[in-house]
Design a binder for this molecule. Structure first.
Ligand code: NAD
Length: 397
């Protein structure tokens, strides 16, 4: 099959196996080019391990500290007519590379929100590892079935306050559009908290603890975002922000319990990056292509893998006692400090004010955004022959 990108709205419905493998290899190469992480975790469970921040976490753990990893994800394999999803190909490539290095790899494709998945993973930990010493929670999903009630909850991306109008980028038409988001109802806020808040994270940690599967000094980290003024209405003061508040409150609760056994629970606030989930958030892509331009000009641009290497190497491990992990006043790990730097934000705010159809491609990094977006699906990688016939069926074992 000759595989080309087919973009529908904010998603690409095809993915390229060789390109995804190359993208994974680039991240592995980056980690290998960095100083090894000392006293890193050895048995790491990553929930949401196939793309974005979760994939970067799995790569950093395996290739930065030589950790055995179990990954849980929700991806589709190829039936021979359609391609698999990018996360499927990423996982296949990661697994092959990690095993080639003699590292333990185990994959679970299915619903991480379900009790069945928790039981399966717990079984595997008990049999293969005895205990887990790090759990990364990096799920991003538009829906979740509550395992207790069986009810389906859908998340929304809306402001909590009044209706909000601002500029956004229409990538298909390559022009700016004005978007108005109506205020969320109380039910929509509660549903988004159900999907993206801390409840499921807590269920995972408590379940594994109840089976005595958490090592004495284990760490769990979930990822959050804060962001600047221009995204506040839709992000931090919106439905997703309410879910992140809940996630952060959950971190405090879990931290208290895990401290009793010498462990810790944290939220890490990461920077805005192009991922399959973030590209769906109104206003964020426009903010992001302006941010990318500014951060590249200042030579401080980072991708998921750079961010996660810093979480592991500069915050959590490298012989730092868990009691001395640097956090902000709310107890959160921060690796968004370059994005939030005053000079960066002042420049982005000025660009946001002045951006128009005429100048968006020059004052914003539209080309960089598009290229990063395509890369998520394995397209546009150097050295990959996109005219070659490739087999879309790639096994994950
Ligand atoms: P992503 O879309 O790249 O990854 C989501 C992962 O979750 C994938 O591995 C997917 O397979 C998995 N997943 C989704 N539903 C699942 C289910 N039901 N069962 C099992 N696996 C499932 O997302 P991302 O942008 O890397 O986001 C990960 C976390 O990082 C989120 O909490 C997000 O809010 C946070 N974060 C993202 C950004 C950003 O700009 N992208 C910034 C800061 C924090």
């Amino acid at each position: 099959m000759i595989i080309q990108p087919k973009i529908r709205g904010f998603i690409c419905i095809t993915a390229h196996p060789t390109g995804c493998a190359k993208h994974v290899q680039e991240q592995i190469d980056y980690i290998k080019s960095q100083p090894a992480i000392t006293n890193g975790p050895k048995k790491v469970l990553i929930l949401g391990s196939s793309t974005g921040y979760g994939l970067a976490s799995r790569i950093a753990a395996a290739f930065g500290t030589g950790a055995a990893t179990m990954g849980v994800f929700f991806e589709k394999e190829s039936d021979g007519k359609k391609t698999a999803t990018a996360g499927w190909y990423n996982t296949a490539a990661f697994s092959k590379a990690a095993r080639a290095q003699g590292l333990y790899v185990r994959n679970f494709n299915g619903d991480a929100f379900s009790d069945e998945m928790r039981a399966q993973v717990a079984d595997a930990i008990a049999k293969d590892w005895g205990q887990v010493d790090c759990i990364i929670y990096s799920l991003a999903s538009p829906r979740r079935v509550d395992p207790k009630t069986g009810l389906l909850h859908k998340s929304t991306l809306k402001p909590k306050g009044p209706a909000y109008t601002n500029k956004s980028m229409d990538f298909e038409a390559n022009k700016l559009i004005s978007i108005t988001l109506e205020p969320a109802t109380d039910v929509e806020v509660a549903d988004t908290i159900k999907v993206m808040g801390g409840e499921d994270w807590q269920l995972w940690v408590e379940y594994l603890a109840s089976k005595n599967l958490l090592a004495k000094d284990s760490v769990t980290v979930a990822y959050s975002y804060i962001g600047p003024e221009v995204t506040t209405a839709v992000y931090r003061n919106g439905t997703i922000g309410a879910a992140k508040d809940h996630l952060e409150a959950t971190a405090h609760l879990l931290d208290k319990r895990m401290k009793e056994a010498g462990g810790r629970a944290f939220v890490s606030v990461n920077k805005a990056l192009v991922t399959q989930s973030s590209s769906a958030i109104p206003f964020i892509p426009l903010y992001f292509l302006l941010l990318m331009k500014v951060m590249k000009e200042k030579n401080i641009h980072e991708d998921c893998i750079h961010q996660i290497y810093r979480v592991f190497a500069d915050r959590l491990y490298n012989n730092r006692p868990l009691s001395q992990v640097p956090t902000d006043s709310e107890g959160r790990i921060r690796v968004d400090e370059l994005e939030m730097r005053a000079d960066v934000q002042e420049k982005v705010a000025e660009l946001w004010k002045n951006v128009s159809d005429d100048n968006v491609t020059t004052i914003g990094d539209v080309a960089g955004y598009n290229s990063d977006f395509l890369k998520l699906f394995g397209f546009g990688l150097k050295g990959v022959d996109y005219n070659a016939d490739v087999d879309p069926v790639v096994p994950i074992d």
